[in-house]
Design a protein around this ligand. Sequence first.
Ligand code: GRG
Length: 327
Amino acid sequence: MAPSPLLALPGMGDELVRVEAALRASVLTGDPHLTELASHLIEAGGKRLRPALAVAIGACIQGVPVSDEIILGGVSVELVQVGSLYHDDVMDEAETRRGVESVNFRFGNLRAILSGDYLLAKASEIAAGLGTEVAGLLAQTIGHLCEGQVRELQTVFDVERTEPAYLGSIAGKTASLFAAACRIGGIVGGLDRPAIEAATVFGDRFGMAFQIVDDILDVVATEEELGKPSGHDMAEGIYTLPVLRALHVGDDAAAELRELLGRPLTETAEIERARKLVKAGPGVEQAVTLARRYGDEAVTALDGLPRSAASEHLAAAAAGLIDSIPR
Ligand code: GRG
C-alpha cells in the first residue's frame, strides 16, 4: 500500500526511530539463534502502522515526543502483529514476507511457531509493565486474532460464504489489532474515558477499511504493485468482499466465477480468468464503497478526540486508504 499520511505527521519519523530501537531491544535474548529467529521479520521492515497509530493517538493529547510508555505500547502491538505473521506464514506455507524469506521457509515450521510464540510472550511482558488494563486488552486482542482466523478457515473454498461471516472474520483478524493499538495509545497517553472509546472506534473502523482495501488490492493490483502474486486469496479459497459481491450478481459472469471457484486454483490462466471476472463486475466498486464508509466512520470517531495535528493526520490516513487502490 502507499505510505500513509500518518507517517507524515511532523515528528512521527523520530517517534518511529524510538519504536524501532525498543522493538529490536525487546527481542534480544541470551541465545543468539533465538535472537536471530525472533528478529528476522522485524529487521525485514514493515510499515509499523500499528505503532504509528498508538503514537498518533497519544500525540493527540501529549503532542510529540510522546512518553516512553506510549512507545512501549506501540512495540507490544507490533510484536503481536509480527508474531501473528509468523503463524500465518506457517498456515499459508508462505515463502516470502516483507520482501524476504519467511521464517518458516528459511528455518522450518517448528522454529517459526516457537519464535512466533516467543514474540507473543514478549508482547505480553511489555503490556503487563504498562498495567493490568493494557495486559488484559492485549490478551483479549490475541484471542480476537485467533477467532478471526478460525472464522476464515471455516469458510475456505465456500462460495456461499456470507458477508457477515467475512466482516466478522476481518473484524477479528485485522481490525481488533488496529483498535487495540489506538486504545493502548489512549489509555497509556492519559486520554479521558470517552476519548479512549472514540480512539478505539477509530481504530476498529480504520482496520475494517484497511483490510477491505487489502482484499480489493489482491484482485485489482498487479504482481509488481503488490510485491506478491495477485489473486492469491482467491486461489487459496479465501473469498473476500469484492469476490462475494461478484458472485451474487446473478449474470453469466457470476455463474462462470462460481464454476471456477470452490477449489484451489493452481494454473495462472485460471487465476487471471477469475480476477478478470471479478474486475469486470460491480464487486470491486461496491467493496470500495463499503471501505469508504468505514473510513468515514473512522473520521467521524475522531470528533471524540482532542483536535490536534495528530488528529488531522489520523483523519487524512483514514480518508486516504482508498486512494491506494490503482484505477
Ligand atoms: C497467535 C497472535 C496469533 C494469531 C494467530 C495467524 C493468526 C492467528 C492471525 C493473523 C491474521 C492475519 C495475518 C491478518 C492479516 C493482517 C494484515 C492486514 C497483515 C498485513 O499488515 P500490514 O500491511 O503489514 O500492516 P506490515 O508488514 O507492514 O506490518
